[in-house]
Design a protein around this ligand. Sequence first.
Ligand SMILES: [Zn+2]
Length: 267
Amino acid sequence: MVNITATLSTLITANHILHHLNVLDSMGHISVRNPANNSTFFIALQLGPAVVSGPGDIGEYLVEDASPVNGTEGGYAERYIHSEILKRYPDVVSVVHSHSEDVLPYTVVGSSVGVQPVYHMAGFLGDNVPNFDIETAYNDSSPRDMLVNSIQLGAALAATLGVNQSQPSSPLHPTVLQRGHGFVTTGESVEQAVDYAYYATSNARVQTNALLLTGAVGGGVQYLSEQERRDCRNMNAWIAFKPWKQWVWEVERSGMYVNELGTPPDA
Ligand SMILES: [Zn+2]
């Protein structure tokens, strides 16, 4: 029998970890597919991630159209990011959406400087990280508030992840930028999505410093080779359990967060 309490406990602590690591501030969110019913997903209600503390702070929504179910009322306007990615890619279990200031510059400087993996923990970023420009997806009558707050906009964002031809149920790119907004990353577990979201921001910090250094002293940045990206991506996929256990340990001892459901079972 599927343990929904374990799933919700993991989701609550994932909110805390992403806040603790400065991947999310008072905005941004993480979702998880319902392990007992893959046509719905769970995500926090209209709350900052640090204050999500119990099942009453979590909503359940249909993957099909992000409408609330089982007594849920309201929620994030941008939950369509999650529903449309979960709909398009059955292998995706968890989605993170962040406004990280470390990543944001790469969304607005044009295609000459894209996000590239600069060290081994970011090989999952792959050959390139697409940049979704919401301007290309608006209807003429849409407000230009940059929010992915409809099925149509969510579907356009989800399509940017591309299809992995050797495994069409998975995205080609686990991570995409959003011009003037932030980024989205996906995982086959909550732990993996948290890991990828953190290392996407960490990689952006290192890449920015490397670019600034080369600007000051000359030379160029040596990014991971194509094979290094592939091989590191495989390593990144399985190693996510290790930082997860430490991050759970850190947030539980920080005194800053409450998880009414206790420690996630795999931590
Ligand atoms: Zn947003």
